[in-house]
Design a protein around this ligand. Structure first.
Ligand SMILES: *[C@@H]1O[C@H](CO)[C@@H](O)[C@H](O)[C@H]1NC(C)=O
Length: 82
């Protein structure tokens, strides 16, 4: 029997702690705050390919990698002053 899958498409905010390095290899402890709102139409396909809890499985990974790639372009001093 088919049962409906209910997706939450509200805007949500998550705080994700990230330990990473600056360009000059200073160890950084950053809390990344991401705001996200799922786009409804691709959700059934995402649910099929990744499964439920797609957000918990993918968003921390994707956003952490993005943060690391941005932070690695700056020295620790630049990150503090800018
Ligand atoms: C990172 O900073 C937070 C907040 O100050 C702290 O609770 C946490 O223990 C720190 N993590 C590490 C690995 O130093």
């Amino acid at each position: 029997m088919l049962k409906p899958i209910i997706f939450d498409c509200h805007l949500r905010a998550w705080n994700i702690p990230v330990i990473t390095d600056s360009k000059d290899l200073q160890n950084l402890n950053i809390t990344l705050c991401i705001l996200f709102r799922p786009v409804a139409s691709p959700l059934p396909g995402i649910d099929t390919s990744i499964g439920d809890a797609y957000d918990e499985r993918m968003l921390p990974f994707i956003s952490t990698e993005m943060l690391k790639s941005v932070v690695a372009r700056f020295d620790a001093g630049e990150l503090i002053t800018q």
